[in-house]
Design a protein around this ligand. Sequence first.
Ligand SMILES: [Cu+2]
Length: 272
Amino acid sequence: MLGILTSLLIAPFLVNRVAAHGAVTSYRINDEVFPGYNAYDPPDGQVSIARPYYGIDPIFDVLNETIACNNDGGPIGPEGKQLSANIRAGDTITAIYGLWLHPFGPATVYMARCPGACIESNSRDLEWFKINHTGLIDGDIVYGHWGIAIVSTTGEYSAKVPEELAAGEYLIRNELIAIHPPSTGPQHYVECAQLKVFREPGSGPGKLPPSSFLTKFPGAYNPSDPGLNVNLYTPEAPTVTTYQIPGPAVWDGQDEEDELRLAESIRNVSRW
Ligand SMILES: [Cu+2]
């Protein structure tokens, strides 16, 4: 009797816990689907553009050594197992999630240039730049729409590779930040994949983001970032309609002077 009662009480809790987590299970580029990595099968049999990841459980500590790609930084294995997908600069890559239910928090997408072949690169050593993010889309932080709710309603999240980006090998890093836990702090769900970016003939060499856009993982976030310290459970939470997405500004091809001009114009505006 006690056993049945206990399992009735505990089972839904466990199911919810497991079911609520999630990860990228495949990618889509121009209608072509690239199978992802399965953290619950042995890595030996797997061939994928995805970097391996430890599992669907979130990372809580933004200073954790695994926060770059939710693994030790390395590829699945040698070339032949660790693949890369070709993508044209300016095209869109869609991360497809097997299951995702958390509705509160921002979605972010980063890329990092590998100095040589990505298969030789540890994700922790690379300099990352943000290519896309979606925070609070509308409404307030409790009843409004968030970036990660795009994933809970559509099962996927898309980001455009900057049209200006130089050709070469890159990692892409999809991250969903679920901010609902009241006591533990936000949950970071991170997966990476390898891309080979090429450019349309005649479109020029492209460029890399200026250093002001570059960051490291760990390093991009600080536990004290405002966007990582939002409490949805206060009486005033339904009146909060702004949210500051953690991490650097999005780079969509602008150079440093553009960015300085923008910062200057914002400073001028805020003086008024
Ligand atoms: Cu979860």
